[in-house]
Write a new protein. Structure first.
Length: 255
């Protein structure tokens, strides 16, 4: 049993009717989920300004890619997890045993479960940790490395490593896996770029990639580049969102 999957996080919150994010119209508050309307941004409308691009933009593009898959000879999984910003804890965080237990249940239902087979299935899996990256901001160039930053309009971003103080607390993707992904992206004509999250000791960040890497599976962070990450309104390029969906779809087909 071999799994291929895209992981991403999703955030929930409640915002007052006249919050700093703008007035919410009737019907936009569902079970405590605040959904302020996204807006076109830029004189050419080439960008989208919205609350919670991190990580709704990767959630949406990943789900669209998953729904686009028709026939496949391997098991594909699209998993949404919560609380990444506070350590992926709790029953809905990636530190929980939900995914491992679900795979075990599926194997048990088909009459093929054993602990070693479960471990092998997870080890043989390949994962895209679908999370946003930091786009170069010309207003704050001092905290970025121009030659190792993501840029708007250049496609899906692969982060070989994230972390803080360099690579602290991150997953560092294997070069062989990166080579495989490059070949897949080229085959499907997907625009992509590689980047880090700002200068050492000035930038940095973390994702859930390291948690799944503990199963010894192939993992890399990739997603859409953002400006104003974690601000009330974040900005993403429409082109990059489209290329992310193409890239996730290509990965599910080929990896």
């Amino acid at each position: 049993m071999i799994l291929k999957f895209v992981f991403y996080k999703i955030y929930f919150g409640y915002y007052g009717k006249n919050s700093c994010l703008g007035t919410l119209e009737t019907g936009e508050l569902v079970r405590g989920l605040g959904v302020p309307k996204a807006r076109d941004y830029g004189i050419d409308r080439s960008m989208v300004m919205a609350y919670g691009h991190d990580d709704r933009v990767c959630s949406y593009s990943s789900l669209m890619a998953m729904l686009k898959v028709d026939k496949i000879d391997k098991t594909c999984v699209c998993l949404l997890v919560d609380k990444e910003e506070i350590g992926s804890v709790g029953a809905t965080g990636m530190q929980s045993k939900f995914f491992e237990n679900t795979v075990a249940e599926v194997m048990d239902r088909v009459g093929d479960y054993s602990d070693i087979k479960l471990r092998r299935a997870l080890k043989n899996s390949k994962m895209l940790s679908s999370d946003v990256s930091a786009a170069f901001d010309p207003n704050y160039p001092s905290v970025m490395e121009k030659k190792n930053s993501a840029y708007f309009g250049k496609g899906l971003v692969f982060n070989k490593y994230t972390g803080s103080r360099g690579k602290g607390g991150c997953n560092d993707a294997n070069p062989e896996f990166i080579a495989e992904l490059r070949a897949i992206m080229d085959k499907h004509d997907v625009a992509f770029q590689t980047a880090e999250l700002g200068k050492v000791d000035q930038g940095g960040g973390g994702t859930i990639a390291y948690i799944l890497a503990n199963y010894n599976m192939e993992v890399i962070d990739c997603g859409v580049a953002l400006h104003n990450m974690h601000a009330p309104w974040e900005v993403a390029s429409k082109v990059d969102i489209y290329e992310a969906m193409k890239g996730y779809y290509a990965f599910l087909l080929e990896a």
